[in-house]
Design a binder for this molecule. Sequence first.
Ligand code: NAD
Length: 434
Amino acid sequence: MKITVIGTGYVGLVSGVCFSELGNDVTCVDHIEKKIEMLRNGEVPIYEPGLKELIQKNTEAGRLVFTTDLTEPIQKAEMVILAVGTPSLPNGEANLSYIMAAAKEVAQAINKNNMVIVTKSTVPVGTNEKINNLIMEHTNFTFSIASVPEFLREGSAIKDTLHPDRIIIGTESEIAKRKLTELHRPLTDQIIITDVRSAEMIKYASNAFLATKISFINEIANICEKVGADVTKVAEGMGYDRRIGSSFLKAGIGYGGSCFPKDTQALIQIAGHVDYDFKLLKSVVEVNNDQRFNIIRKLESILGNLQGKTIAIWGLSFKPETDDVRDSPAFDIIHSLLDRHAKVRAYDPIAVKNFRSQLNRNEVHYCSSAEEAALQADALCVLTEWNEFSEIPLLEIQEWLKRPILIDGRNIYTEEELLDTELMYYSVGRPNMN
Ligand code: NAD
């Protein structure tokens, strides 16, 4: 199948590459020339394990090309996939300007009937109807619209794309149903066909539910700290119940990233527009926004005033195996530390460049190794569960620190590992290990 993907971010690039891996002819389009230049030179503008190799393989096979001009690829394609960003507006609503602009460009380039136009970006219910109307205003050719929301996770995006739990195809068009089923059939048998609005809602409902699980277990962790229970045992015990499931029950400093924060806010807005007060989801967001500050509260309860104290930070990305720092809890935590006049020494295996460019504060000292950040610090805070951190022996960490204080925001160390150390160790919802 000849496919054009608009947007080469985490979703568009990974999807395009994976569709080419399945044997399709894929053109990936982005309006950022530097990105396309890099991709043409075999460099990957984002960090995603395994992506570089797949790009190289499929480019060499002639199935994958990159360009900034969408006209020719649209005219050659039978399917266009819109995978541009839908970030939050200041009021929490999804900013649809990128997707509408991309849809208009597609409409102006179409030169034949029966094009299938697929929205992969996460968009509020009703957006595909707007896209449909916009395209109709700009072309006389026939086309069909489908919503195929994306569920990949950064850090395991290729695996998630090639082995999805399910594919949702929301469309009223028979041509789109047939072509999209044909495209996704090699990936899974679990293909669910719905109307467009339900497909749009499935994406928001899924992310809101996962965010709810995270805030739920974080509140349980906070209670565990007060009643002397261990949240990891509680989560394990809950997770064996198949009605609950064990995923997304890891207590920590809360979720971040480019999806959960913006999609929960957008769903609250979507509900608000139809006069529905989504109280549960509002609480999920509130709990999440507060959870990260437990790090600061714990530091202050141990060290008192943080002014002049050196705090080492391990982990800046919102989760491991990605360089994405969008809405990472590390921003709020580091801002709070700097506002309290603490000295911050930060390290991340991959995300320092992105973080530094978005923090807008020059007081942070960025380090090139975990050891450099921890050396002579008054306390060390682990904010992201990179394997690199859990592999460092705790005795070594103890040696590096000026005061043996370790605040583990992701519960990456075990009770056994702590045994031979003299660390003052504080994790999330495991008071027995303090
Ligand atoms: P991103 O910001 O990483 O990438 C978007 C890309 O689109 C950018 O490279 C941008 O330059 C390009 N772009 C914007 N307008 C364009 C245009 N008119 N023509 C060509 N290129 C254009 O975004 P992302 O993280 O890949 O997310 C894309 C969508 O997928 C969002 O709606 C997001 O909510 C959704 N989503 C993201 C993830 C994720 O983990 N990142 C997972 C599931 C769904």
